[in-house]
Structure formats: C-alpha cells, structure tokens
Design a protein around this ligand. Structure first.
Ligand code: SF4
Ligand code: MG
Length: 283
C-alpha cells in the first residue's frame, strides 16, 4: 500500500518561500495516502498560475492545462476512466475569472471529482493584479486607486449552483485541509474545496495573521448541520465567507457519470476498447 512518500517526486517547487501552496501540495499527498490510493490511481489536472504548477509536484498522473480549463479536462478524464480519482486544482483567477463558466457548470453537473481552489485573492504569477476574489478597495498595479468591484463569494456561488459538497480551509491548518480533501475524494459527486492560500509576495492584506484573526471555524458554531443548505448559506453570509470546515454535503444525489445512459457500469475508455481496431482506424 502506498504511503505519503510515494506521492512525492524529486521536483523542487519554485513557489516563493512561505507561499500557502506548499501546504496544499502536502495535504493532497497526505490525503491520497490516507484514502488508500496508489499514485497510478490519481490524476491531478491544473490550470495556469502559480497554483498550476501543482500537477508537476505530486507523483501521480498530471495534466497542466491552459488557463481556466482544468475542469473540462478533469471531467473528460473522469468520464473516460471512472477508475481514476480525479482532482482539479487552480487559483482564484483561473477558476473564478476566465474559468468561471466551467466552474458553475461543473458544480451543477456533479461529476465525481474534487476541485481545489488555491485562493490567494490576487494574480500571483503575473506579479500581483486584482483578481475576482480581491476585496473592495484592494490596491494593486491594476487598481492603483483601489478595486471598485465587489469580491466574489465562492461558497455562495457553489451552493447556488447546486453543489453537493462545499468546504473551505486555510493552508496553515494542514490537519483540517487534509481531512477535507480526503472527504472530498470519498464524496460520490463533485467536491468543491476553496482554500485560503496566502501569497506572501504580492498580497500584503490577506496575510497568515489576517486569516488567523478573521477565520470562523465551524467547530465554533454549535449545532451546525452540514446537510442543511439554508443553514450553510446563512452562516456563509453571516461570516462574510470566512467560514472553514465541511460546510455542506448532500450524499443522496447520484453523480453524473452514474446517470448517463450506457455508462452506468463502465467508463468511456472501456466502452471504446470494445471497438475493433478496424473501426477505430476509421474514426
Ligand atoms: Fe505563491 Fe505569491 Fe509567490 Fe506565487 S507569487 S509562488 S502565489 S507567494
Ligand atoms: Mg490567485
């Protein structure tokens, strides 16, 4: 059985020292070992951004796609090979700007995969511009007088789009983050996990200390019921989106690939294997 070290490779990440993305990498590796995966049973698809490099830093199948397109690739992979555990990862710019259309439709489609947003509330790779997650008044080179737009609330969007699994964590809380990724991998449907991942180089507002002061952990809310969608939306709004933990889960909805006629038992890849070589050559 694979252990944590089996999910490590010898590529040294070129993230800045202190970047939150290191912990997300470690949490994915731990969660993969904890749920009993072998490296060849896991595929990680990433988009573009500092976060996009993550698919190269974990010993598993990896696909570094184009900007905002990790989810179409990840969904195709899962439909083609249902035996794979598929994980998509990318930044807030990747998933909530250019990729936003894919994000909401992948959520409502409910294909069995896990999507981790490495949310640093800025564009890091391009040296610090305002992103859809930057707060009002946030000053960068692209908004020198402060952002005049409202920051997107990913958890509200996910719930409104019909998500069956919504969680949020903080890269400093490796224990919680690992447990949530494990739960997301084991969830039979689309698991959305937003992770506060501080950009220590360009975001001087949403720092580790800022998150430690402002995050509200679900454990602090008595009688919280993660199966109650109305309660989830209410608490997200009451905490200004700074709630962490497993916020919502619906285990009764059947995942997409189990509803597609003809694909209930086997994935597309297996079905294609039934095509003769001669017919395949004609495709
Ligand atoms: Fe991380 Fe920011 Fe450095 Fe990118 S620029 S590696 S997000 S700290
Ligand atoms: Mg970002």
């Amino acid at each position: 059985m694979a252990t944590l070290k089996d999910f490590r490779n010898n590529i040294k990440p070129n993230w800045c020292p202190g970047c939150g993305d290191f912990s997300i990498q470690a949490a994915i590796q731990r969660a993969s070992a904890n749920v009993g995966l072998e490296p060849e049973q896991l595929a990680i698809v990433s988009g573009i951004g500092c976060s996009g490099r993550i698919s190269g830093y974990i010993n598993a199948y990896g696909f570094h796609g184009v900007h905002g397109r990790s989810l179409p690739i990840a969904q195709g992979l899962k439909m083609a090979n249902r035996e794979l555990t598929v994980l998509a990862a990318g930044g807030d710019g990747d998933g909530f700007a250019i990729g936003m259309g894919h994000t909401v439709h992948a959520i409502r489609r409910n294909i069995d995969l896990t999507y981790i947003v490495m949310d640093n509330q800025i564009y890091g790779l391009t040296k610090g511009q305002t992103s859809p997650r930057s707060s009002e008044g946030f000053k960068t080179k692209s908004t020198p007088a402060g952002s005049i737009e409202t920051a997107l609330s990913p958890l509200e969007v996910a719930l409104a789009a019909g998500a069956t699994f919504v969680a949020q964590s903080f890269s400093s809380n490796l224990k919680q983050l690992t447990a949530l990724i494990e739960a997301g991998m084991q969830h039979k449907g689309f698991a959305f996990i937003n992770v506060f991942s501080p950009c220590v180089t360009f975001n001087k507002v949403n720092t580790y200390d800022w998150f430690k002061e402002n995050i509200v952990d679900l454990e602090e809310i008595p009688d919280y019921d993660p199966s109650n969608r109305v309660m989830a939306m209410t608490k997200i709004m009451e905490t200004n989106g700074l709630l962490t933990g497993l916020i919502y889960q619906n285990t009764s909805k059947t995942s997409y690939e189990n509803l597609v006629p003809g694909f209930k038992e086997e994935g597309l890849a297996k079905q294609n294997l039934k095509i003769s070589q001669e017919d395949f050559n004609k495709l």
